[in-house]
Structure formats: structure tokens, C-alpha cells
Design a protein. Structure first.
Length: 140
């Protein structure tokens, strides 16, 4: 996981970068973030095209960067003790995209907004996005 930004109350947002991290997040938070991570990573991998004329043995060099740019940003909010507080899925590169459904959930897909709205606002400020509950919490 990679540090993204601090949040009020000693919490911190981290980016989930690997399938193993997504699986650990799913187990910790008791939801299916790993399923979505795998789906979007596979789609990003399939969409990769090496530059024309690139030797065969070099064609995978840009794949990791392409995947990071093409797939949604998956994040976890952790307490200062490492407890999982919320999971977020933002558009690729954290930039608004038409028809992209931002999702933010707590453990067991519970609503994280009552307890962690300040932390979600810190994430919104970091990426320059609006993350209102009625648009981001899928069970509202």
C-alpha cells in the first residue's frame, strides 16, 4: 500500500496497489473489494498496447504504469492502530469521469459517513473531487 493523505483523528488513506492487498482488505473489511480490483485490473491489462516497433522482450515495460493509470484508484482508510475503517473506489487517476460510480463503504458494506465524514472530506480535498454520501455510498 502507498500513503495517500492524512485524515482527521489520526486516520490515514492508503492506495491499494496489488491483488494481495485487495484480498487482505476484503478479508479485513468483510466485503468484495478484491473482486472489483481483479475485474478492473484485468480490463486495464487487456487494454494495454505496447508502442509500435517495440521489441518483443520490452513490450511489457509500460504495463504496470498503464494499469495504474487505467484502473480505478482503490483506497483504504486506516486508524493509527491499523484498523480498517473504510474502503473507497475512485475514478482512474482520481479524476472525475462521466458514468463512473464512486463507491465508499465501511466494514460489512456499512455506511462510513456518520463516523468518518471528515476523513472522506480529506480524501475529497486531496483529489479535488466531491464525494457526497448520496452519490458515493451505494446503499443510501
Amino acid at each position: 500500500m502507498r500513503y495517500v493523505c492524512d485524515a482527521p483523528g489520526g486516520a490515514t488513506w492508503f492506495r491499494i496497489e496489488t491483488e494481495a492487498e485487495a484480498e487482505a482488505e476484503a478479508a479485513l473489511m468483510r466485503h468484495a473489494v478484491d473482486k472489483y480490483f481483479r475485474r478492473y485490473e484485468a480490463a486495464a491489462r487487456e487494454s494495454y498496447r505496447a508502442p509500435a516497433g517495440t521489441p518483443t522482450f520490452e513490450q511489457g515495460i509500460g504495463l504496470k504504469d498503464h494499469i495504474a493509470r487505467a484502473m480505478p484508484v482503490f483506497l483504504t482508510l486506516r486508524s493509527d492502530a491499523g484498523e480498517g475503517l473504510a474502503t473507497a473506489m475512485l475514478p482512474p487517476q482520481g479524476r472525475n469521469q462521466v458514468n463512473f460510480r464512486i463507491v465508499i463503504v465501511g466494514p460489512d458494506n456499512a455506511d462510513p459517513y456518520p463516523e468518518y465524514e471528515d476523513a472522506i472530506e480529506a480524501l475529497a480535498a486531496h483529489y479535488g473531487l466531491d464525494l457526497p454520501r448520496d452519490e458515493c455510498f451505494p446503499y443510501a
